[in-house]
Design a protein around this ligand. Structure first.
Ligand code: AMP
Ligand code: GLY
Length: 420
């Protein structure tokens, strides 16, 4: 099979690394990829927001299957454009991607399908939103409805802060059109788990559950980021909790979407909070998580191309998806200044890594001298897997100095929560 992966981050390097191991692969292309994906296949520099150029590329390279990594092309309907041209695609169409692209849609969908989530209200008018604030007496979270690269969730501590946040989103358009509507949600508490499932539109099969580390600094301090590391499986997520999540959240979501004419094919990601009253959904994503994918795919034994085919053909029930009985840990190496103003263009040096250790590239490129240089906030996801979380943590940190560039920052406590 000739495969095209869309995207250029750490998740896409992990996807490319996994697909490159398939005996069914003929040629792998990544658009646009990074300095890491170059080792797995051929990077293609095109504008992925131009759907006709993606369709033309697929025809020219005789692509048998497209795997879309990021949410923006999914929300933009890239899968619809490819399907119209009879090109097979692993990922939800525009209507199904709305579960991530519109938080207002997603909250209303959960309400009408009895999927457990925090209480909420949605607004497009600042005045109405403030009026509502005065009627409630519990702590809240404010969420921009549209896509905001993980930055659209604000946890205000005072009424003044909440009002200022609403004003900046709804009136001053701090998030552009993504902030035309906001969700005001009750703030709940508990441990968070990322549960991704493969879906063929009718059935779903869970991946191993992961935990992300969203804050920049050790002990979950500092600003929110795109994710500073992850591990899987999450020991806190017991078999009973998995069954609860599948029964109360994932299966009803797949069914509800299908019944509403938004059949979901691809990877559905549920951001779950384990509260004392049971599992609550914080968010849905319509794609693989980043950096969760970097710890989940190394544990997957089954060929990802077989899974993608089964999802597209509605035959997920017919295949067995196997996982290694191991644990994986990913530590993100970020640029100086991340997540605010980042330094780029730093030359990276690499030393040989241990077995079962891989450095997934996220923000890298190859410069004119064929040197690998940093080109973004999150630069690498150094990932190791072993027979226990403990050993995977030891391995990843014993390799951490082998990838270096000026100004590198990373957390020292990834997966500590999972250790006894
Ligand atoms: P989201 O992108 O919706 O998952 O939100 C990003 C982060 O904000 C989550 O990982 C949580 O840590 C936090 N968060 C979101 N919604 C809530 C909520 N209702 N209560 C408490 N924390 C929340
Ligand atoms: N790790 C969170 C996300 O992929 O959105």
């Amino acid at each position: 099979m000739n495969i095209l992966i869309i995207g250029s981050g750490g998740r896409e390097h992990a996807l490319a690394w996994k697909v490159a191991q398939s005996p069914r692969l003929s040629k792998l292309y990544i658009a646009t990829g990074n300095a890491g994906t170059r080792v797995c296949g051929e990077n293609i520099s095109i504008d992925i927001s131009n759907h006709s150029s993606v369709v033309n590329l697929c025809k020219e390279k005789r692509i048998d299957l497209v795997i879309v990594g990021p949410e923006i092309p999914l929300a933009d309907g890239l899968v619809d454009s490819l399907s119209d041209a009879n090109i097979r695609c692993f990922g939800p169409n525009r209507a199904a991607a709305e579960i991530e692209a519109s938080k207002v849609f997603s909250k209303k969908f959960m309400a009408r399908n009895q999927i457990p989530t925090a209480r909420y209200a949605s607004f497009s008018s600042f005045e109405e939103a403030v009026k509502y604030l005065r009627t409630i007496d519990y702590p809240i979270v404010i969420k921009v409805s549209g896509l905001a690269a993980g930055k659209g969730v604000i946890l205000p501590d005072t009424d003044d802060e909440a009002e200022a946040t609403l004003k900046s989103i709804l009136n001053d358009k701090a998030f552009g059109n993504a902030g035309n509507e906001v969700v005001i949600e009750e703030r709940i508490s508990g441990q968070e788990v990322s549960l991704m499932v493969f879906s063929d539109g009718t059935n779903c099969v869970p991946m191993v559950a992961a935990q992300d580390h969203k804050r920049l600094l050790d002990n979950d301090e500092g600003p929110n980021t795109g994710g500073m590391g992850a591990y899987a499986p999450a020991p806190i997520f017991t078999k009973d909790l998995l069954n609860e999540a599948l029964e109360n959240v994932l299966q009803p979501t797949i069914d509800g979407m299908r019944n509403e004419g938004r059949k979901f094919i691809g990877v559905l990601y549920a951001g779950l909070m384990l509260t004392k009253n049971g599992i609550r959904v914080l968010e849905f994503n319509c794609r693989f998580g980043d950096p969760e994918t970097q710890v989940v795919l190394p544990l997957l034994d089954t060929d990802l191309l077989d899974i993608a085919d089964a999802c597209i053909d509605g035959k997920l029930k017919d295949i067995e998806i196997k996982w290694k009985n191991e644990a994986a840990v990913c530590v993100v190496l970020a640029s100086k200044g991340y997540p605010e103003k980042v330094e780029s263009g730093k030359v990276v040096t690499f030393a040989e890594l241990s077995d079962n250790t891989i450095c997934f590239h996220a923000g890298t490129k190859t410069d004119d001298n064929e040197e690998i240089v940093t080109s973004g906030g999150r630069v690498f996801g150094l990932t190791a897997w072993a027979n226990s979380i403990h050993n995977a943590v030891e391995k990843v940190y014993s390799n951490i100095d082998k990838v270096s560039f000026e100004g590198v920052q990373y957390r020292r406590d990834i997966a500590r929560k999972a250790l006894p």
